[in-house]
Each structure stands twice: as structure tokens, then as C-alpha cells.
Design a protein around this ligand. Structure first.
Ligand SMILES: [Ca+2]
Length: 135
């Protein structure tokens, strides 16, 4: 009738403690885990768009830093060479054939492996904005 309680089970004790700690700690985090998946903060992404000298996102690059970046002229080394552009999701980039936002223009809201012939190897200025606040 006399019961003996086994106390020589330290592994189980430690395991139970870890499990409880995880239930409290991990449980609290998992409930809000989905809300923290957004990669960008209120200030927007650092990169608005990346221009490439060649098609298919190859060749020399020119990076437009966001969330808003207007450039009335591009570096001489990148003038009239742009042939594709990688646009950060949520950003909009408009490119112009002439400096000062003139001439033929094209607007991109997503990555383009190639650009219209009217703007290919023509870009001399651009405007880029992210987060829907483009003006
Ligand atoms: Ca040009």
C-alpha cells in the first residue's frame, strides 16, 4: 500500500521545465508572428529600383535609393544605357529619355527584363517613389 515517489528523474524535471518555458515564451511570440512578417517599415524600403545597362537585369547597375528619389540627370557612365529595371514591390519608377524629366517616358511598377524600345538605351533622368506617396 505504501507508494514510493521516484525522485531520481532529473531529466524529466528539466525537460518539463523547458517545455513550460517554451509554452509561455514561444506561445506568446507565435500569436503575433504573422504580424511581424512585413519586411518594410513606415519609411519604406531602402532601394526603390535598380537600373541595369543590359536586358535581363545584367550589366552595369544604377541604384535608386528610396523611398523617394528623383534624379534630373543620371551619372554620365549610365546615360543612355538603361535596358532593364528591377523595381522594389510597392515602388513606382518613371524613366525619361531626356534629362530634366523630358522626352519619351515609361513607368514601371514591377521588374522589367526589358524596356520599351522607345526608352531602351535612352534613359537620362528618372523619378522613383515607394509606398503609394509618389508625387
Ligand atoms: Ca537620353
Amino acid at each position: 500500500m505504501k507508494r514510493s515517489i521516484k525522485r531520481d528523474v532529473p531529466a524529466l524535471t528539466v525537460g518539463t521545465f523547458v517545455l513550460l518555458a517554451c509554452v509561455v515564451g514561444c506561445g506568446g511570440q507565435s500569436t503575433s508572428g504573422a504580424a511581424t512578417a512585413a519586411p518594410t517599415g513606415p519609411s519604406g524600403p531602402a532601394v526603390c529600383a535598380t537600373f541595369y545597362a543590359d536586358e535581363h537585369l545584367k550589366g552595369a547597375t544604377l541604384v535608386s535609393m528610396g523611398p523617394t528619389d528623383n534624379s534630373a540627370t543620371v551619372p554620365a557612365t549610365f546615360n543612355d544605357v538603361m535596358s532593364s529595371v528591377a523595381v522594389t514591390p510597392g515602388c513606382t519608377v518613371t524613366v525619361y529619355a531626356d534629362g530634366g524629366y523630358g522626352g519619351q517616358e515609361a513607368t514601371f511598377t514591377q521588374t522589367a527584363d526589358s524596356v520599351p524600345a522607345s526608352i531602351n538605351d535612352q534613359m537620362s533622368s528618372y523619378k522613383c517613389a515607394c509606398g503609394g506617396g509618389s508625387k
